[in-house]
Design a protein around this ligand. Sequence first.
Ligand SMILES: Cc1ncc(C[n+]2csc(CCOP(=O)(O)OP(=O)(O)O)c2C)c(N)n1
Length: 357
Amino acid sequence: MGLEAAVEATAEFLNKAVKPVMVGGPKMRVAEACEAFVELADVCGYPIAVMPSAKGMVPEHHPRFIGTYWGAVSTAFCAEIVESADAYLFAGPIFNDYSSVGYSLLLKKEKAIILQPDRVVIANGPTFGCILMKDFLHALAKRLKCNTTAYENYHRIYVPEGHPLKCAPKEPLRVNVLFQHIQNMLSGDTAVIAETGDSWFNCQKLKLPKGCGYEFQMKYGSIGWSVGATLGYAQAAKDKRVIACIGDGSFQVTAQDVSTMLRCGKCWTTKVRCEEDLVEAIETATGAKKDCLCFIEVICHKDDTSKELLEWGSRVSAAIAFSGTCYAVAYLEDRTYSKLAPFGGFAFIAGWATLLF
Ligand SMILES: Cc1ncc(C[n+]2csc(CCOP(=O)(O)OP(=O)(O)O)c2C)c(N)n1
């Protein structure tokens, strides 16, 4: 009964939209709804985007996949299409300070269908509970009219991304070149683990081939989880080569897990400073040493940072400076902490103001 009513109300809302889109969120995993999401995408013709922490849950080889929706640091042309849509279906989203880029997403609740593992909220109005996401998506697939307008708009304005500049011989290795080589290593037989830090942004830009695994967590943004996760993933997915991208700072936090890995097999390690060294290292890691734990230490310039991290960092730190000081005042009941709030507040407003220009 509830399911029928929720599907009816959602179909009515989406079928009258001009350019609706779909966005997959991380809770699709617990809801076991990834397949149902794709099934719906196949029939409704909407473009599909993915939230950063759901990367890997939506097939990137899908013909209407438009990339990661992450506000100002989205894949090119993705945020523009999502935020200009007149209706969006979010399946299992988590909107927090990180995923919302310091609360700067240009979304309107009135335009959104928010689907959680056990309930659905329609256009900031009626909420239907006791509904399983999987059942809902499955039933909705039978009710939506095909509407490819948003995808056609995307396709019309899309300009392919550029390529990093070619390295001069023995030039210090740049991160964008490194990730070009990592991209070339990916296949259905690999899985990427993206540690917190700039690896988030660089890995987020990888295009995952069919079947390529991907792990990333944004719940608390803690550094150091990925070394243990690499060990666990490699044990569980014996058919996959795990490629873990970890900053040196994060690596230090749980480096002791490596000792467990060493007990399980052989290890090969090398240091890389330029593209020529990298090519040789990848050749060894995927050839002669393919059965070893391969530790490639890549040495880059300390300011070689993705543009996404620079943008995201300013917005999130401003939001945290503001909300953090307000929280401290409320929690400690000590107004002396409020002295910092205006600075955070101004930074927060300035972050928003940059959206206008
Ligand atoms: C447990 C914990 N401590 C501190 C932080 C704050 N923090 C986020 S990223 C980061 C630096 C990570 O440096 P590195 O691993 O070298 O990655 P890079 O971004 O330089 O590639 C820190 C300290 C955190 N997220 N979690």
